[in-house]
Design a protein around this ligand. Structure first.
Ligand code: URA
Ligand code: ZN
Length: 365
């Protein structure tokens, strides 16, 4: 879906740099990379729900996961001018505390160097050393200012281990606000396996990916709203993966439940000063367009505004099950959704395809 005017930008596209793959190959519990004899091919196992004895144990891991040249090839095949790459889940969440600082420096330097190989085509979201403690995390945020291609950070929903409504995250959110680095919020942990039932092994990855991921994001942001994070850190900017999970669809219900909550009223949390869910969606939140349908995308555009939507692919995840070298259906479905939601060549489509990303993430070269 080529348009004139502004470049096509993919803000949801992942890499596992070679050094990260080496770390995973040395591990035996998730996240890990190994072969399962008799097959010699390597599989990447990252999600708690996919670490089971079945054909759905992880996914084949090829060069598209770690070779930056494959990213460029993919971009060329799919008309993508610029990609903002991010380390894929589960980032450095699992790294022992004493190793977190160095691991984040190494990964961020490596990713920045990969961007430098293709000037103007690659930018990145950095990774934080979450297990290293507040001082280490803030030091890395400061250091990111020296890396030329970093335009924000990618974050999971667990934060320091207690979720994103943890008051101990406030200094970190303030440091990100001061550095003008948006958070790209991405799910990983899903919901407890028990909710998927006894037959979940028969259903591949569908339940955790289609429902666990979006609900995880929705819950994480709703907890931040309830903890009033967006009043304490008023200019914090978040880009939510998968069009905010279900946040645009549920915003009215969340808002209504807040307004009718006697406990919140008794605690004095319902005064006129309160930022509503709708206000937060329009002031603090950007939504990617990785939703694979115009119905969901229209909800996202209506909830946050056309000027806050950004195209993404989730590459290298969701490749075609068969056939290589062709366009990916998962990508074209997202292009199609933008076209159907706003019309080919429209201003809304131009903004979603890249105009918003270039403006918000300062990608003009
Ligand atoms: N997309 C991701 O970003 N991560 C996964 O684990 C699966 C799909
Ligand atoms: Zn993703």
């Amino acid at each position: 879906m080529k348009t004139s005017g502004s470049p096509i930008v993919d803000i949801h596209t992942h890499v596992y740099p070679p050094s990260y793959i080496s770390l995973l190959k040395a591990r035996t519990s998730i996240p890990y990379v190994r072969s399962f004899p008799p097959s010699p091919s390597l599989r990447l196992v990252i999600l708690p729900a996919e670490d089971t004895e079945s054909t759905s144990r992880g996914r084949p891991v090829g060069a598209e996961y770690y070779d930056i040249n494959e990213k460029i090839k993919f971009m060329d095949t799919h008309d993508i001018d610029i990609s903002v790459i991010s380390l894929a889940n589960p980032w450095l969440d699992w790294v022992p505390s004493s190793e977190a600082s160095q691991a984040a420096k190494d990964i961020n330097d490596e990713v920045d160097a990969e961007c430098a190989k293709f000037p103007g085509r690659l930018f990145a979201f950095a990774t934080l050393p979450l297990s290293g403690g507040t001082d280490v995390i803030i030091a890395e945020i400061e250091r990111l200012k020296t890396l030329k291609y970093m335009r924000g950070i990618i974050l999971g929903t667990t934060g320091l281990g207690k979720g994103l409504d943890d008051p101990e995250l406030i200094p970190i959110f303030k440091a990100l606000q001061a550095a003008n680095l948006p958070i790209f919020l991405h799910p990983h942990y899903g919901l407890p396996s028990s909710v998927w039932g006894e037959r979940s092994n028969d259903y591949g990855h569908v339940l955790p990916l289609a429902l666990g991921f979006p609900l995880e994001t929705t819950i994480a942001v709703t907890r931040m709203i309830l903890a009033d994070v967006f009043s304490t850190v008023p200019d914090l900017q978040m880009i939510l993966a998968h069009s905010g999970g279900t946040l645009p669809f549920l915003a009215g219900r969340i808002e209504s439940c807040i307004e009718h909550d006697a406990h919140l009223q008794a605690e004095g949390k319902l005064g006129a000063h309160r930022k509503t869910v709708w206000e937060i969606l329009k002031k603090n939140i950007y939504l990617d367009a990785v939703i694979y349908g115009d119905v969901g995308l229209k909800a996202a555009m209506q909830a946050s505004g056309e000027d806050r939507i950004m195209f993404g692919t989730d590459h290298p995840f969701f490749p075609p099950l068969e056939g290589e070298g062709q366009r990916w259906k998962s990508v074209d479905t997202n292009y199609e959704a933008i076209k159907n939601a706003r019309g080919e060549g429209s201003e809304g489509a131009r903004l979603a395809l890249g105009g918003n990303a270039v403006r918000v993430l300062n990608l003009s070269t």
